[in-house]
Design a protein around this ligand. Structure first.
Ligand code: NAD
Length: 260
């Protein structure tokens, strides 16, 4: 029997995180939505989830680039909604630049948001999972957790770091009913890619729409973007009891990008 649990999805006001939250809600899970939107905007989103899906939904605002904000956020969730037993670390940012001109402050920010934040939410969520003898940690890595691409040093380092941290999390918790896995998406059409679409269009003197197709063709044999809802469906499966023996893995959903 699949359990209905409360899920925290970081960065769930947009893109992949929002789609994951919808799929978890469709599966009946209660939710904590999270992002940088104001409390009133987030509360309105939570209300729309309650109406659309009939699940208990809370919104928390926190900039996860700072550890004290994460500690405050996790305490707020515990106080308002109780423990989180499904944790989806999804919040992330991107910046592209050759390594010699990569701004150090951008490096620090990407490592903080894309990697360290997942460590902090995990360390704070794990005790309640251990107490309940059940938990799921899903880290949204990337194809860039498995392979590199030029101009993405910080992003690739952070996403490879997530893959490594997830293996250790899995090993430490495997005997306690808790699994930890990474999902590694390829190109997914979200606001995260807008700057890359614009740069590709400029460099290749093409339209914005042609740039999207050009970027896909440059990396993946499957001729379309990955669907955010499909990533959400994979999260739902990993949260099910049928996935209890799947742990420590990094699953590409990348249109064949990493098959090269
Ligand atoms: P997005 O920009 O639509 O969403 C990013 C989310 O992270 C937003 O909700 C934003 O509010 C949140 N966020 C960013 N900085 C934050 C901060 N400092 N504090 C709190 N929240 C913050 O982008 P997306 O494509 O949906 O990205 C979601 C995840 O998927 C990221 O980890 C990204 O690396 C990963 N990913 C994306 C792609 C892709 O092609 N779009 C591919 C592989 C992996």
């Amino acid at each position: 029997m699949n359990r209905i649990k409360r899920a925290l999805v970081t960065g769930s006001t947009s893109g992949i995180g929002l789609a994951i939250a919808h799929q978890l809600a469709v599966a009946g899970h209660d939710l904590v939505l999270h992002g940088l939107e104001s409390q009133s905007e987030g509360d309105a989103l939570a209300e729309s989830f309650r109406k659309q899906h009939g699940v208990d939904t809370l919104y928390v605002h926190a900039d996860v680039s700072r550890v004290e904000n994460i500690e405050q956020m996790m305490a707020e969730i515990e106080q308002k909604a109780g423990p989180v037993t499904l944790l989806v670390n999804n919040a992330g940012i991107q910046h592209t630049s050759p390594i010699e001109s990569f701004p150090p402050e951008k490096w620090d920010k990407i490592i903080a948001i894309n990697l360290s934040a997942a460590f902090h939410t995990s360390r704070l969520a794990i005790p309640a999972m251990v107490e309940q003898g059940w938990g799921r940690i899903i880290n949204i890595s990337s194809v860039h957790g498995l392979v590199g691409s030029v101009n993405k040093s910080a992003y690739v380092a952070a996403k490879h770091g997530l893959v490594g941290m997830t293996k250790v999390t899995a090993l430490e918790l495997a005997s306690q009913g808790i699994t930890a896995n990474c999902i590694c998406p390829g190109w997914t059409d979200t606001p995260l890619l807008v700057e890359q679409f614009k740069a590709f269009a400029q460099q290749n003197n093409t339209s914005y729409e042609e740039a999207k197709q050009g970027l896909i063709k440059a990396k993946a044999p499957y001729p379309d973007f990955v669907s955010p809802a499909d990533i959400g469906q994979l999260v739902v499966f990993l949260c099910s009891d049928a996935a209890k023996a799947i742990t420590g893995t990094s699953m590409p959903i990348d249109g064949g990008w990493t098959a090269h």
